[in-house]
Design a protein around this ligand. Sequence first.
Ligand code: UD1
Length: 364
Amino acid sequence: MISAHLIAAARPNFMKVAPLYHALAASDWCRPVLVHTGQHYDSNMSGAFLDDLGLPAPDHHLGVGSGSHAEQTAGVMVAYESILRDTPPDWVVVVGDVNSTLACSIAAKKLCLPVAHLEAGLRSGDRTMPEEINRVVTDAISDLYWTPSPDADENLLREGVAPEKIDRVGNFMIDSFELMRPRIEATRPRERFDLGDRPFAVVTLHRPSNVDRAESLGRLVAELRRIADGIDLVFPVHPRTRQRLDAFGLAADLAAHDSIHLIDPLGYVDFMGLVRESTMVVTDSGGIQEETTYLGIPCLTLRNTTERPITVTVGSNRLVKPEDLAESVDKVMSGAWAKGRRPDLWDGHTAERAAASLKRHAGA
Ligand code: UD1
């Protein structure tokens, strides 16, 4: 029996790790060991996700918390290296593109342990995004690459990754959605947020490029107020964004609009229950571009680039500039938005394929 560390750190990691954790826990050849770096620590940014997704308390909690990029990355490296020295696993599975992904892959590789990167090969082409640096470095040193789409395979091949190390397995988040579907469908977001039977949009914003400067965040607030004249907005506010709205004196402006519902971040089940009932989503998230594509819900992404181009070429996602937001909302409301279709292998069986891939590569 081999062991594999599964690293979870920030909100978007939990729903990718959970299906693989369950698949390995049910196997007779691999023992999954859950490592939580503590990058996200508020209960509604991490604890609620563990509960919602049926994950146990982590085997190791590094408790690293917030800080500058260097502080956070270095903190995770130091804490994780000591766990690796005490109880080295046979494999380390890192997830996505957060600072902990980079930190744990470097710590593991320096101890010559094999690393599998879950959600490998995504590229926005924008190296001002911290996540892009994390993706490029992690993919330069990993041993096994699980990709969600053909564009990811192409990126890796172009960067010199050997084809036999790449396994296109699909999208893990869709597995989580299907695993939790009964509970997601049982939520009652309209009652909870007092929305009646009106159409509504879900809004999420947290990218530094959108929220860290008063000018860009102020402009987005003005555009959100404008579209809220025509449709209710339910906006679970990320802690980073909450801090910036308060610091720039913009929170009152948003809250003053009758149709804007500012709420705390939601757990996984409640959030997907809300998205599922929505008419559209306005976001700068990565994962939500994929979840909306799977559900065929129009997604208006407030970014200049996406590392998930298949959600645009195949799915229901479009990149939208702030000044074009109102026009895009009108397009959705008039039924002129392309619904798209589900990409291949986004079918709820990704974790099974990844587990089989790990078994093969580990010789287990
Ligand atoms: C991180 C990821 C980003 C991901 C996002 C999802 C990196 C570089 N960024 O960004 O890719 O899309 O998570 O949420 O890894 N905070 C809290 N409570 C928490 C977590 C954070 O209050 O539980 C506050 C911190 O004090 C900090 C801010 O939110 O000031 C940002 O947190 P941080 O983890 O540094 O980055 P995110 O913006 O969440």
